[in-house]
Design a protein around this ligand. Structure first.
Ligand code: ADP
Ligand code: MG
Length: 677
């Protein structure tokens, strides 16, 4: 019987009421309790001297109770007991509230470990309500669990201790012994014992590494399974490649990287046994749109339809205009389908799509409504992939019979991470910018230079250029509307009273946002003051300045995306980062922005500094929730990938991987199936 089938009530001291509290934490079975890993640890192994500890610091000290307790009541009638404790360096006062037994727990003349926050002022050094353990118990590393009201850490500790005792001495380890040995990983029993109650720091690290690798391994193998499944056959075989005739339609030459990516994709579409399922990553401005256009052209000429989905109306219009221009003499029938297209027009387009009279439709979410049907959908393209949930992508795919899929993203993802997250997609990278691109000068200033920066913006505007200003991020409780408007009002009153300014913030309706963006795109608005809602992918080549307030509060990849809004035309462009942060780390981060324009390098640095949350809104990538590992853990990602390669080569169907297979099923059952297809 699996420990995942033993309800937690079976544990001593866990009744129905406590079981409900555990359930709030996602723990229903003994098995789930065992994998309910500590949130963090209290380290009692590093003992400080009392005099060395600074005010506000949480430390562990080893000290002797050097006076009897004396007790009394506070003004609010709380019971209070005080004493003093000394180590070699000096003494501190200990204060406890509402504990009448404290004097029998801490004996005069004996030595204990105390852990708590140091309070240091003119009256001396003090610790209020520290936790403590006797000298005999020693100083270990204690687990700290996530809790919920009514359930304290001690209760979880007790339950976990019992749960661990229920494990047999030889637990079934999903990772076979030869792999443990080859990759120098500890066994499951040791790992579980030590992740909860580490013997010492080294054991904790050993345990953690093993559990992290196991989880990433299951994730990786599971995603590979999905990929193999998709590869089954190609229902929309492309017979003739029209890439060369497409290239002749362009006023410029494709870069080597664009050609290579187009060829990768066409090869997939021509192959009988697999179809195109590819993520194309290319930094902002690398020219992803024409790559997609080329594939649409080939698909059209092979008698099938293409659908090109983008996240915003303005982007849809932009793509529609530029592709209409490219295809104007080709006979490719192209249409725009967005929410704001007139109903009668929508009806007509939908009818023509169903009849096969339109070859290429560009649109927003309007494409995925039930009303939109295709005669023979051969290719689905999604642009700025991170803005779509996996389920929206799959909805569009379901409108054809396993159509080819091209996913485009400007969010650079370090390769290892990409391989795992988009394990169901192949990846191509456009690692070259079209020739003659403007280098964007990036400057880091503090607010004492803001006036000069605003003067510089004024000069650029008077030369006919435009500017973006990203206003300060809101503090908690403040609305983004108020702060954006206040900030813009100040600019209008004191700096730019004679210049048309537009404001873009999160509270605007989509149609209002579109119209502000359009005013900017068509140069009626010269300076766009925005919160971070500036739309991705928008191309306003006349904009040459991006000024970002509170730059230290942004992720580097986000800054890189924002910076990518300028330098898109023939004019020299600038990015001005404003920050008053004195922290060394934020200075170093922002300096990375000034030093490099390589999105991948920036993404790597960002991933190290801030974790993967920035790349994808929390769970929109549709991956299972990870219990212990982090997608930012590049080293272990690489290790688990190596092991996954080993197991795949060996054959996952092999009986010795039964344990891993059930681990994969368990992890993947936590997500809604519909999001994965
Ligand atoms: P992104 O990859 O950010 O989506 P776009 O597809 O919007 O980039 O391309 C940015 C600009 O570069 C567009 O104006 C496009 O016409 C132009 N462009 C694309 N490919 C080339 C090329 N090979 N040579 C010159 N300009 C190009
Ligand atoms: Mg684009």
């Amino acid at each position: 019987m699996s420990i995942y089938n033993i309800p937690i009530e079976k544990l001593y001291g866990v009744g129905a009421k406590r079981a409900r509290l555990f359930e709030k934490l996602g723990v229903r079975s003994v098995g789930e309790l065992i994998t309910f890993y500590p949130r963090t640890y209290d380290d009692w192994t590093e003992v400080s001297e009392i005099l060395d500890a600074s005010d506000g610091e949480t430390v562990c000290v080893r000290a002797k109770i050097s006076a009897p307790f004396h007790s009394g009541y506070t003004r609010t009638s709380k019971f209070i007991a005080k004493t003093v404790a000394y180590d070699e360096s000096g003494g501190m006062e200990l204060v406890f509230f509402n504990n009448r037994y404290i004097s029998s727990m801490l004996k005069y003349g004996e030595t204990y470990y105390f852990r708590g926050k140091i309070n240091r002022d003119l009256d001396g050094i003090r610790m209020v309500s520290p936790s403590f353990s006797s000298e005999a118990e020693g100083a270990g590393i204690a687990p700290v669990y996530s809790l919920t009201a009514g359930l304290n850490n001690n209760a979880v500790v007790k339950a976990v201790k019992q749960a661990l005792k229920m494990l047999p001495e030889k637990v079934n380890d999903p990772i076979p012994p030869e792999i443990l040995e080859k990759y120098n990983l500890c066994g499951l029993k040791f790992a579980l014992d030590n992740i909860h109650f580490p013997k010492d720091k080294a054991s904790l690290e050993t345990a953690r590494k093993r559990l992290v690798v196991e989880e990433l391994l299951a994730l990786d193998l599971g995603l590979r399974g999905l990929k193999a499944h998709k590869r089954a056959e190609n229902k929309n075989i492309i017979r003739t490649d029209y890439s060369d005739s497409f290239a002749k339609l362009l006023p410029y030459r494709l870069t080597g990287a664009q050609k290579r990516v187009i060829a990768d994709c066409v090869e997939d579409m021509r192959s009988p046994e697999r179809s195109l399922n590819r993520l194309v990553q290319g930094d902002v401005g690398s020219g992803k749109t024409v790559v997609a256009a080329s594939l649409c052209y080939t698909v059209t000429n092979n008698g099938m339809q293409s659908a090109f989905m983008v996240p915003t109306e303005i982007l849809a219009e932009q793509h529609y205009n530029s592709l209409s221009e490219i295809f104007k003499d080709t006979g490719v029938r192209i249409a725009l389908l967005t929410g704001s297209v007139k109903q009668s027009e929508k009806d007509r387009i939908r009818e023509e799509l169903a009849e096969g009279e339109i070859d290429l439709v560009i649109g927003t979410h309007a494409l995925i409504t039930d009303a939109t049907q295709f005669k023979r959908l051969g290719l689905v393209v999604t642009d700025e992939q991170h803005r779509f949930g996996v389920s929206q992508r799959s909805k569009l795919l379901s409108k054809g019979e396993s159509p080819h899929l091209l996913v485009m993203s400007a969010t650079p993802i370090p390769r290892t991470l990409g391989l795992i997250i988009f394990g169901d997609l192949d990846i191509s990278v456009i690692d070259e910018l079209p020739p003659g691109r403007q280098v964007i000068d990036t400057l880091l200033i503090n607010s004492s230079k803001r006036d000069r920066a605003l003067g510089f913006i004024r000069n650029q505007v008077s030369e006919g250029r435009q500017a973006y200003i990203v206003c300060p991020l809101v503090e908690e409780g403040e609305t983004d509307l108020a702060s954006a408007e206040e900030y813009a009002a100040e600019l209008m009153l004191n700096h730019f009273s004679d210049i048309p300014i537009g404001i873009l913030h999160g509270k605007l309706k989509p149609s209002e946002k579109e119209s502000v963006m359009l005013d900017f795109a068509e140069n009626r608005v010269k300076i766009l003051v925005a919160t971070t809602v500036i739309e991705v992918g928008v191309d306003v080549p006349n904009a040459t300045i991006m000024m970002i307030e509170n730059a230290e509060r942004f992720g580097l990849s986000q800054l890189h995306q924002l910076r990518g809004r300028v330098g898109r035309g023939k004019y020299k462009s600038y990015c001005i980062l404003v920050s008053d942060s004195s922290a060394q780390t934020s200075y170093e981060r922002l300096k990375i922005m000034c030093a490099t324009r390589d999105g991948f390098k920036i993404a790597d640095a960002d991933l190290k500094l801030r974790g993967p949350g920035d790349f994808f809104g929390s769970r929109q990538h549709g991956l299972p929730q990870l219990k212990i590992s982090s997608l930012a853990d590049t080293k272990n990602l690489e290790l688990s990938r190596e092991i996954a390669d080993h197991i795949s080569a060996d054959g996952l169907y092999n009986d010795r991987y039964r344990g891993i297979k059930s681990e994969i099923n368990r992890i993947f059952s936590s997500i809604d199936d519909s999001t994965l297809n």
